[in-house]
Write a protein that binds this ligand. Structure first.
Ligand SMILES: [Mg+2]
Length: 266
């Protein structure tokens, strides 16, 4: 890891380390319930906490994401930036983006539409969140057809109730019409902690907002490092804008271990 940029970022204090969860610290599993932290990561996150402010930045609802990691003292940011908590959300206050809760009913209505059509959508899993939710079609026999059916079913009703549809890998997301994304969440994380350096790692479309925001923060004087975790289907823009690309979750975990050893030995 003889990268000048890496050394510069790691020398900053306060330093922030922010990670996406699924596909970054946890291999993609058939269902989101089955996903687990890669072996050894809990220990690495604990060691990282000694020199950095560590955040988990997930599209999962905050409690769901935090349960998967279950380490107090990390910052948990859920639903792509809609909720955050300094520490485990059942022990510490959960902050919710202003204006988000007024879209709870609209989100539930759209998820109900999908649930009512479940017989016609085999393999589809509806995951409800505090506001909006995710509709996973990874287990559908015909993923492309299922994606098309979901988008057709939801496009007009979503427009009518003023909710946004977005997509990740084999998932359609129902989100409130607010300017909230992982980029804005990273900026707030940096501001709240007066960070001088920030590393962020992710693997999916929603992480691109975070990676692009790092470039903005760098313009404003922060030392930043963007890591893309490459899978066979990674969006080209994520590879293009990354400072470092690692291969799959084991590659990410190896890099995290290197980063920690560099700091611990310095
Ligand atoms: Mg991910």
């Amino acid at each position: 890891m003889n990268n000048k940029n890496v050394e510069t970022v790691l020398a900053q204090r306060p330093l922030g380390l922010a990670f996406d969860f699924d596909g970054t610290l946890s291999p993609i599993a058939p269902t989101s319930e089955q996903a687990q932290l890669y072996p050894g990561v809990t220990d690495l996150l604990q060691r990282a906490q000694k020199f950095a402010r560590v955040a988990i930045l997930t599209g999962r609802e905050i409690e769901d994401g935090a349960r998967k990691i279950n380490l107090d003292g990390l910052t948990y940011i859920g639903t792509h930036g809609l909720e955050w908590s300094d520490g485990l959300p059942w022990l510490h206050e959960v902050h919710i983006a202003p204006g988000a809760l007024q879209h709870t009913a609209a989100g539930a209505y759209l998820l109900d539409l999908v649930a009512a059509r479940q017989a016609d959508l085999p393999g589809v899993v509806v995951q409800r969140k505090r506001v909006g939710g995710s509709i996973h079609y990874r287990l559908a026999p015909d993923q492309q057809e299922t994606r098309q059916k979901l988008l057709e079913l939801l496009a007009e009703p979503a427009r009518r109730v003023n909710m946004q549809l977005s997509e990740g890998k084999r998932v359609v997301e129902i989100r409130p019409p607010l300017a909230i994304d992982k980029g804005q969440a990273l900026r707030q994380f940096a501001q709240r902690n007066a960070l001088r350096g920030l590393i962020f790692a992710g693997d999916d479309r929603t992480d691109l907002d975070g990676i692009m925001e790092l470039a903005e923060l760098r313009q404003q004087g922060l030392a930043t490092l963007a890591i893309t975790v490459r899978h066979h289907d990674t969006l080209p823009a994520l590879l293009q804008h990354a400072d470092i690309v690692v291969d799959e979750v084991p590659g990410m975990v190896a890099l995290l271990r290197d980063i920690i050893e560099v700091v611990e030995c310095s």
